[in-house]
Design a protein around this ligand. Sequence first.
Ligand code: GLA
Length: 726
Amino acid sequence: MSIAFDSEKRIFKLDTATSSYIFQIYEQDYIVHLYYGAKIPDNNVVGLKYRGGFPSFSPNNIKVDDWMFSPDVTPMEYPGEGTGDFRISAFAVRNSDGNNSTDVRYVSHKIYAGKPAIDGLPALYVENDDEATTLELLAEDSVTGVQAVLYFTVFEKLGAMTRSVKVINNSDKTVQLERVMSTCVDFHTHDYEMLTLYGRWGKERSLERRALAHGRQLVSSKRGSSSHHQNPFGAIVDKGATEDYGNAYGFNLVYSGNFAFEAEVNQFAGTRVIMGINPEGFGWTLEPGSVFNSPEAVMVYTPDGIGEMSRIFHRLYRKHLIRGKWKDIKRPLLINNWEATGMDFTGDQLVTFAQRAKELGIDMLVMDDGWFGDRNSDRSGLGDWQVNEEKLGGTLAEFVDKINALGIKFGIWYEPEMISRDSNLYRAHPDWCIHVPGREKSIARHQYVLDYSRQDVRDYIFGEMYKVLSTCKIDYLKWDFNRNLTEVGSAALPADRQKEVFHRFVLGTYDVMDRLTKAFPDMLIENCSGGGGRFDPGMLYFSPQIWTSDNTDPLERLTIQFGTSMCYPASTMGAHVSACRRTGYDTKGNVALWGSFGYELDPNKFTDEEKRIVKRQVKEYHKYYDVIHFGDLYRLISPFENNNRAAWEFVSEDKNEALLTCVVISRPADTALFIKLKGLDPDKYYVDDETDEVYSGALLMNAGICLPNEGVSDGSSFIRYFKSLK
Ligand code: GLA
């Protein structure tokens, strides 16, 4: 078992192939964290709870016979509020007396093979119980009777673990949850840097790196979604850690709403890291006997640098997060009409798109926004999910038949959580949107957000979607979300539960997504939120790919895709070739090949030369699909560090194939470029597909190959494919 309990020392040791995580049940049943890092052979680590001296101004517990122990200083596994620990707390409950002193201590535990699901929330899963081991630790606040069940699951082979918390109100009084973080890790030092992903619409997930400093440093969202602006990912890495060297601890929250990732360096230079639902804007009334589940935090540790941290996340998510039919089989190469037509299209026009697409070898046509209700601009129609038959020139089934008759699959766009101010639905149910009575509702893209905390609203929208989706063969659905939540209130909840709306909204979205995936298990769902505004593991549980960004400029996509790859695998990143002006079609294709490939343009407008390029790209998509979708990613030259070039490489699991891509952002002064490959087998020999030259893996990794400098210009790019000699 990868989780061991030493009953004499009362120490838990959670091991993966490369890491150990250790904590102890100390005097008075305090749950004391001891160690997280490279694998160590034993549990002789109890000294790690001390901080080298008596801490003045840090309170003690009179019942603990250890003057050096203080809840304020000792590393803690799930620290409460206001009971001696002045650092950021993981758990705060306002009890019926009105105070929020919170302190949970160990009661009991069980260890078992496998991993339980979390009621109502997405989470990593196992197919066989031998893929993970779980520790369920029951802790209780003996004063209030509130219990916290701490879940720790270890994925032994993957160097990863997950944590989540179930709160149970085991008392006879109603309490108010104020903070329920999903994880807390107390590091012994602050010799680290923090990596996070910031951005905005059209420029998501830029990598930001900062040294930890005394005090609190936080990234978070209070927009009602995980957001373009900060991603629910953060890493704590050794100072100066590189792609290949240094300790790296990655954190990612399986949640699509308000989150917080925060580190606090304290007086002893220790660092507390917490992650979970953002306590700002959160509250939950928990009645006697009821239960609240936190989302799940994923934690990856590796001693082998930031690149390996990312590869562990990628392997973990491909196997234990992505679900359904499209997890392992090849996804259709699609063409989407949005950038070509906006909402101004006809059925006949899209049929010509499908004809051209077929000639080029594309598999699927996606009809984007504008096919329903009175939706001819972004001012109206959301919520009226009835097919605009006039626009399509017939029923949806007739239209889809025409597309399918060409040998092309069909996909459709929805924005199910939204309602236009100008819509029949809004006129009929003005109280169905999220709002606060008497207060002006902020408008964004001329729309409001539906109140998905309400079952009647969800039932109605799901019912309308079902009516359309069940009339014909729809292979793909793009689920969009184009604004954030403001004036957050629900007409269906009492005053003391209004603070629950943010979280209930997310639960409501998951509920509809769950119904949809169950009703249409073969339909591929691609998530989207004005591009990648909800690119998070919660969404990936329901949709194996997410539209990475509305920005399809291949050079700007470099930072977006590099940043996104910190924890999200290539197979999850929707990446399309568009008609944008910068760079030729070669580079557009080479960059888009990184993700779930497609086109976003008018195929009638291709020149003969462009058609030739597209046909070649379609072949490349098929040829390289497995190495990109199932292989290991190596970020070789990062556009965050180098203004001239970016390069990356995919290596198949068996190390028999490697695909190298290099993009020239701005022509550098040194024209010759040797790129050293990574992750190959040094003893294997590889043929360069383009030149037929044969190189040892050792040579490719130690000397590298020299890329041509002929024809290099801003925006040019190269792809090189290597296959091992059998
Ligand atoms: C969002 C998406 C786009 C497109 C439009 C349609 O902005 O990111 O891809 O679907 O909505 O309104």
